[in-house]
Every structure is written in structure tokens, then in C-alpha cells.
Design a protein around this ligand. Structure first.
Ligand code: IMP
Length: 173
């Protein structure tokens, strides 16, 4: 890795954060059989760990969007490239996201899913960057608030690489 990096969250920190979120969800979704919609690709690792801590019936689905811009910045133009396959009308839906930066991606997906008339639609994000949101969105379940730096690992990429790193690392350009 040519860029300067620093560990932000180690394996144990992440595990603790995921367990804390799972506890909240185990309380709130006990009798609600939700559909967890994972935003590809970054949230895959988080989803995989999270669902194994959940003790209620659930289903999972995936949605994928492309956002035009360079590899470290969202441009604001979002396009759905893979829609969910389960009908969510009248269902309790929980959107699972890796990181919220400007909020543009999530707010686009939120509005897109809202139009499918779910009974409830909430957001669970592992990381939230300490930045001024371009789009106001309510993150119902948040793992960690992180500094406004580019992070990689635990599903998060830089140019499609580093998703397999078990820790969350800041990358300086
Ligand atoms: P937003 O639309 O600006 O909130 O950006 C959200 C999306 O951009 C996330 O789903 C990530 O895929 C990506 N992203 C934002 N910040 C980072 C980062 O620091 N590391 C890796 N991906 C990021």
C-alpha cells in the first residue's frame, strides 16, 4: 500500500460495535420479521457478521447502486444497477449500509425503497463520518462515528481493493 495508513478500528472494536447494534436490533425487531437490505458491495462483510448476532426471523436482500465520480468521492449522481428481489410492500425493512458520508447514496436508496410501500423503513449504518451532510437522513442504528477521512477494510474499498482487510484503516492521499 503506497499511501499512509493508520488503524482506526481493530477487530475487537468492530466486534463490540456489531454486537451493540445487534442488541438494539434484537430488542426492536423481535416480533417484526424484517427484511435486511444490504447495499452492495461495501456492507457485505458487516451484514454477514451482523445477522449472525440476530436472534429473530429475518430475510436478506441486496441492492446495488453506481455513483459516478472518482474512486474516493461520491458525485451525487446515483443509479440503481441491481434492485432487490423480494417484494417489500407491507414489510419491515432495515437498510444495512457500511458508511454514510454525504448521505446522498443512502437518501437516494431510501426514497427508492420508500416508493415500494414497506410497512417501516429504517437505517442501520456501521460508520458515520463526522461531516456536514449534504442530505439530511436519520440513521436509526449507528455503530461508530468516524473522522472525515477515507477509510478502507471490513468491506470498504479503494478502487475495489482492500475489502478483505479485517480492520478499518484510514488512508491518506
Ligand atoms: P455518500 O453517498 O457520500 O454518503 O457515500 C456513501 C458511499 O460512498 C458508501 O456506500 C461507500 O461505498 C462510499 N464511501 C464513502 N466514504 C467512504 C470511505 O471513506 N471509504 C470507502 N468508501 C466510502
Amino acid at each position: 500500500m503506497a499511501n499512509k495508513t493508520k488503524r482506526l478500528l481493530g477487530k475487537r472494536d468492530i466486534k463490540r460495535g456489531v454486537k451493540k447494534l445487534a442488541q438494539e436490533l434484537n430488542n426492536d425487531y423481535r416480533d417484526r420479521s424484517p427484511i435486511l437490505v444490504c447495499i452492495l458491495k461495501g456492507a457485505v462483510v458487516f451484514l454477514a457478521d451482523l445477522i449472525r448476532e440476530l436472534n429473530f426471523p429475518l430475510r436478506i436482500d441486496f441492492i446495488s447502486v453506481s455513483s459516478y465520480g472518482d474512486s474516493s468521492r461520491t458525485s451525487g449522481v446515483v443509479k440503481i444497477i441491481k434492485d432487490i428481489s423480494i417484494d417489500i410492500e407491507g414489510e419491515n425493512v432495515l437498510l444495512v449500509e457500511d458508511i454514510v458520508d454525504t448521505g446522498l447514496t443512502l437518501s437516494y436508496i431510501f426514497d427508492f425503497l420508500k416508493r415500494k410501500n414497506p410497512r417501516s423503513l429504517k437505517i442501520c449504518a456501521l460508520l458515520e463520518k463526522r461531516v456536514k451532510r449534504t442530505k439530511k437522513i436519520k440513521i436509526d442504528y449507528r455503530g461508530f462515528t468516524v473522522p472525515n477521512k477515507y477509510v478502507i477494510g471490513y468491506g470498504l474499498d479503494f478502487s475495489e481493493k482492500y475489502r478483505n482487510l479485517p480492520e478499518i484503516i484510514t488512508m491518506e492521499f
